[in-house]
Ligand binder design. Structure first.
Ligand SMILES: [Zn+2]
Ligand SMILES: [Zn+2]
Length: 361
């Protein structure tokens, strides 16, 4: 197909993370799409907690000692944009199509890849955008066509960038516990993924959505979204959940805190026959078993990111629900100000921080 919508420059700005708590702007060649690849003009690219925790301050492996580490590439695994050039053999996307990029390209042939869970591919060819291959913190991004899903016209590029990681992760966790109007949803930890869980939980029809978060600043930011029926600090959680649920506890609970106390709080405030999803990375889980788990007949789900089809489904659902993910964004920066953006994200921003390309957000 090889169509082009705009004359392309030879070079572009792109951001790398050397691992010393800085973000460095480089000038890089604009890549050309090979077979099955598309070149995107990036519309927006999110900054993720994992970028901060595993790349920005220090390069660490993401999956234990043998896991793949950052390879000095253009950072950013949460991109969305417009196809400006399609390489030979592309069959679904062409110039002018708006897309969201799933943040990992897998081998395409293992069972997990065939399920759309490229995150769980263990083939040596697996490469995450912004970790092992160039990511979205640049003007242009070379993406495998197989990692792209359509970005509906009703959603912005910032919406797309958010779906690419945090919203996808929250959605998958909530699908596992079948959130619906028969019960209430408790969200523990209101960082970007927790805010996403609150918003999507509202869309999925949870009777009441309750949020727990230690930071007052983040609770205030969450309150402004208008999707939480009640917000509490961890100390107030039991009383707030009790009051909101008529003493039953929450039928569905998602932990987005990734902390041991957060996970304990999630389990303790689940209702009898409740369903609890864990999506927060890192740390440990410690729980009393009899009263907290067995006697309450709890079901526990562990969920890692999401699949390509679920990401596409979420984009469609957000349009149906009339919900705009970009409302969780507290700060936007141009690519040229990436260093400042990372400093803010690492210092504990109120909401999500994204890089946008000029007026294309
Ligand atoms: Zn992410
Ligand atoms: Zn695979």
């Amino acid at each position: 197909m090889n169509a082009t919508t705009e004359p392309l420059p030879d070079t572009m700005p792109g951001v790398r993370l050397p691992g010393d708590s800085t973000a460095v702007l480089d000038t890089l060649p604009v890549p050309e799409p090979g077979p099955g690849q598309v070149l995107l003009r990036v519309g927006a690219s999110g900054i993720c907690g994992s970028d901060i925790g595993f790349i920005y301050h220090e390069h660490k492996t993401h999956r234990g000692v043998d896991g793949p580490a950052y390879r000095g590439v253009v950072a950013g695994h949460e991109p969305s944009g417009t196809v400006v050039q399609a390489g030979p053999g592309c069959r679904r996307f062409g110039a002018g199509d708006r897309v969201i990029v799933y943040h990992i390209a897998g081998c395409g042939l293992c069972d997990n890849c065939r399920r759309g869970f490229m995150i769980s591919c263990t083939d040596p060819s697996r490469a995450a955008y912004g970790w092992q291959r160039d990511g979205g913190h640049a003007r242009y991004l070379l993406a495998d066509e197989s990692t792209c899903v359509p970005l509906p016209d009703e959603l912005s590029f910032v919406d797309g960038a958010l779906i690419a990681c945090g919203f996808g992760t929250a959605y998958e966790g909530l699908r596992r516990i079948s959130v619906n109007g028969d019960g209430d949803l408790l969200v523990v930890g209101l960082g970007p993924v927790g805010l996403a869980a609150g918003m999507i939980g509202r869309g999925m029809g949870a009777a009441r959505v309750i949020g727990v978060e230690p930071s007052q600043v983040r609770r205030d930011w969450a309150a402004g979204l208008g999707v939480f029926d009640a917000l509490a600090s961890p100390e107030e959680a039991a009383e707030t959940v009790g009051r909101a649920t008529g003493g039953r506890g929450a039928a569905t609970v998602i932990d987005c805190s990734g902390s041991r106390p957060g996970r304990s709080l999630a389990l303790e405030n689940a209702a009898e026959w409740g369903r609890v999803s864990l999506v927060g990375e890192g740390g440990t889980l410690e729980t009393e078993v009899s009263d907290t788990l067995l006697h309450k007949q709890l079901t526990l789900y562990a969920s890692w990111v999401t699949s390509l089809p679920a990401m596409a489904e979420l984009a469609q659902n957000l349009v149906r629900w009339g919900l705009s993910p970009e409302r969780v964004v507290s700060d936007r920066f141009a690519l040229a100000d990436a260093d400042e953006a990372y400093r803010l994200a690492a210092g504990g921003s109120r909401g999500k921080v994204v890089l946008v390309d000029g007026d294309r957000s």
